[in-house]
Write a protein that binds this ligand. Sequence first.
Ligand code: 13P
Ligand code: SF4
Length: 316
Amino acid sequence: MSQNISDQTNYWIEEINRLRVEKDAVILAHYYQQPDIQEVADFVGDSLDLSKKAASTTASIIVFAGVHFMAETAKILNPSKKVLLPDLAAGCSLAESCSAEDLKKFKIENPNHIVVSYVNTSAEVKALSDLVCTSSNAEAIIRSIPATKPILFAPDKNLGRYIMEITGRKMDLWEGSCIVHESFSLDKLISLHKEHPTAQIIAHPESEGFILDVANFIGSTSQLIEHVKTQECTSFIVATEAGILHKMQQVVPHKKLIPAPAKENNTCACSECGFMKMNSIEKLYLCLKNETPEITLDQHLINEALIPIQRMLALS
Ligand code: 13P
Ligand code: SF4
């Protein structure tokens, strides 16, 4: 008799639990992963937390339930470990918007610029950067750079513009953006807020300026979760990828969390990252079982990309 879906899922979860012990593996997951993946993970966090966990783990295998640049960062920080990503095609529109060739060209034309790259970039782009940052520490990283130095902030123009506003620091911005965070509709958000006038609007800084302008709070995924936890307010409109609502609702079960509405989508109010959602519990099981797909990087590239990541971790 064929198994029904929940029996099948239970089997994958049981096998994941058995295999992680047998193989001494740790499962790291981003807040945008499917709820079942977040539940099975050893650690769920934002990009910075996940980098720190990857750097400090003693496990032999790191299974990264996230997107490609996150698993690459884990490999760079821990080159002796096997780093697995359930689906190698899990990319990122931001990482794709900045090629190493184009950045090389910029550096040749602008040799004095300090290049600060968002962690959402390829290992090759990190290797060309002076500093890496995440949305949790971008402000501190930019403030650490002497005022006389010109800065290129790549590739997220929305995060870059926001950091310019809060620090008063002028920067050159790469023309890149996140397709998910650019999907929010201001008109629909304002209408929704009229229906929930006491709700706070909270947003990830990858969102466009017109969304950030109306937000009561702006922060990384972990900062958004911390915010809803510590505020007296009992309802929030959340402008970031909808996967975050799983953990957020667990942290504040009694509060109302409303996903910010997307421009195009009339049937579903939420925005989901197709790259993050390429991972599934089945792929997680298969990748742990078969120890593939594996992230492999040239040792020279690892050495070069590690420098700006370590500078970031020292400043975080
Ligand atoms: P953080 O989790 O660091 O806020 O980043 C969000 C993101 O864009 C992941 O792709
Ligand atoms: Fe990239 Fe945006 Fe998806 Fe994050 S949410 S992985 S920035 S495309």
